[in-house]
Design a protein around this ligand. Structure first.
Ligand code: HEC
Length: 116
């Protein structure tokens, strides 16, 4: 009887270690693999994105706005949407988002998409 209790306890402990271990690993490890930011346009685009877009499109995923990392939208349309806005998405004028910044955001979004 005692051994049986011990086995049950042991398997519980092992089970939860396995379960939580996996869950924790899953959470800390990005599912898509890390983004290659060796391209300076992509790296800068990521910074601009974090400042301007991430609050509604967190990490390119859906938030208040739809996800951007799984859309086959061509670059000029990504840029057009940011410049002109649509529905609940605000427009970003050239003061707020200079053309080079916008180009870099588009480069970043394309890199995200290649990555996913
Ligand atoms: C205040 C929240 C908000 C911010 C900030 C924001 N967006 Fe959006 N975005 C939205 C919403 C909401 C939509 C959906 C608009 C609609 O179709 O009505 C959207 C849609 C889009 C789309 C079209 C996606 C599709 O599926 O058609 C693109 C591309 C996009 N946003 C890019 C950007 C970029 C780039 C930035 C940063 C420069 C940005 N967004 C910042 C809220 C936001």
């Amino acid at each position: 009887m005692k051994t049986r209790v011990r086995i049950v306890l042991l398997s519980c402990a092992l089970g939860s270690w396995f379960f939580f271990g996996c869950a924790a690993g899953r959470r800390s490890e990005p599912l898509r693999g890390s983004l290659d930011v060796s391209n300076p346009k992509v790296a800068h685009g990521q910074v601009v994105f974090m400042n301007q877009c991430d609050k509604c499109h967190p990490g390119g995923d859906a938030g208040l706005g739809p996800s951007l990392n799984n859309k086959p939208l061509p670059g000029f349309l990504l840029g057009f949407q940011a410049r002109h806005g649509m529905g609940a998405m605000p427009a970003f004028d050239k003061e707020e988002l200079p053309q080079t910044d916008l180009d870099d955001v588009v480069a970043y979004l394309k890199a995200l998409r290649r990555n996913g």
